[in-house]
Design a protein around this ligand. Structure first.
Ligand SMILES: Cc1cc2nc3c(=O)[nH]c(=O)nc-3n(C[C@H](O)[C@H](O)[C@H](O)COP(=O)(O)OP(=O)(O)OC[C@H]3O[C@@H](n4cnc5c(N)ncnc54)[C@H](O)[C@@H]3O)c2cc1C
Length: 291
């Protein structure tokens, strides 16, 4: 697994992350912009945006294209890599993603908010059989049976990766349009269609996933979502009312770590996300210059 060095790592490629990237680039910093497969499903789904200054009556998809074109025109690449953990160290951070490890002096969290609720048992069993990253934790389940509960297409790659290690892999695609990717699923993976996970069970360690009519006996459960809760990415991150606790500089309780966009709380709106992306980037630049 390769490792990449940078000044600022921006996690999330929605309006907040893209705006942070543009502003960090303008200030001449070496940045890495990390995003999942599609940036950003939320904006893509907005049928009609009427409150973003300068773009009267535009579709979310058109605005999304304009944002992406803007960052591309500035020579900013989006690394399609899903971040699974951020580890603060002395004056730096190690960012573990599915494909690579990144080292940065400062991090901007622009991960948005997940609309899917936690599955009962998910939070209690995190680290006791529940994981958010197959590449990171798959090795713990060698020759065992696991389930991948996938809310986004990335789950197919995670299940295929696990198929090479585990005895058996169940894949539950929990999003629309997964049939398009069916051909890519490894033959060793059993795809379970149309059954929803009701709970992750087990006394201490995970022992199963309860479905409506049966329980899958598994020792590991990989939950693959568009956005992992920020405090699951960074243990110790201060959260208040389900939002990252920030000050006016958009600094979090962890030195060098900033947050921007929907994940800092209401209103969940574009102009706020873009503005916060800028403020977070400028303060991250100031922080690095003072190091
Ligand atoms: C249907 C709909 C209509 C809307 N209409 C409007 C409107 O008219 N006006 C308005 O102002 N706002 C509107 N919004 C809200 C607006 O889209 C959001 O406020 C805005 O997209 C928030 O930007 P963000 O960058 O904070 O988060 P997001 O846009 O959610 O982007 C976050 C990105 O980070 C990525 N990500 C998350 N975790 C990770 C990780 N661990 N590793 C890598 N990448 C990660 C996600 O995949 C995503 O691409 C609408 C939203 C919806 C859903």
């Amino acid at each position: 697994m390769g490792s990449v060095e940078c000044d600022i790592a921006i996690i999330g490629c929605g309006p907040a992350g893209l705006s942070a990237a543009v502003n960090a680039k303008v200030r001449g910093k070496k940045l890495v912009l990390l995003g999942s497969e599609f940036c950003t499903p939320k904006l893509h789904k907005a049928p009609h945006v009427d409150n973003y200054l300068g773009f009267h009556s535009i579709s979310g998809e058109k605005l999304r294209q304009k944002f992406i074109d803007h960052v591309k025109a500035m020579g900013i690449e989006i690394e399609r890599d899903r971040v699974t953990a951020v580890v603060p160290q002395d004056n730096s951070f190690t960012i573990r993603a599915r494909d690579k490890v990144y080292n940065a002096n400062s991090v901007i969290l622009a991960t948005g908010v997940s609309v899917t609720k936690l599955i009962p048992g998910e939070d209690d069993k995190l680290g006791l059989g529940v994981s958010y990253c197959a590449t990171c934790d798959g090795g713990l389940y060698k020759n065992r049976t696991v389930a991948v509960l996938s809310y986004i297409p990335d789950g197919v790659d995670e299940a295929n990766y696990l198929a090479d290690i585990c005895e058996k892999v169940y894949l539950l695609p929990l999003y629309k349009g997964h049939q398009d990717r069916q051909a890519k699923v490894n033959k060793k993976v059993e795809v379970i269609e149309g059954e929803k996970p009701l709970a992750i069970e087990g006394d201490t360690l995970v022992s199963g996933v309860k479905l409506e009519k049966r329980t899958l006996e598994v020792e590991g459960v990989f939950v693959i979502r568009d956005a992992v809760l920020p405090d699951k990415l960074i243990p110790g991150l201060d959260i208040e009312n389900n939002a990252v606790n920030i000050n006016r500089d958009l600094a979090t309780n962890i030195t060098g770590l900033y947050a921007a966009g929907d994940n800092t709380g209401q209103p969940h709106q574009l102009a706020k996300a873009v503005g916060e992306g800028q403020v977070a980037a400028l303060n991250a630049v100031k922080y690095i210059d003072n190091l």
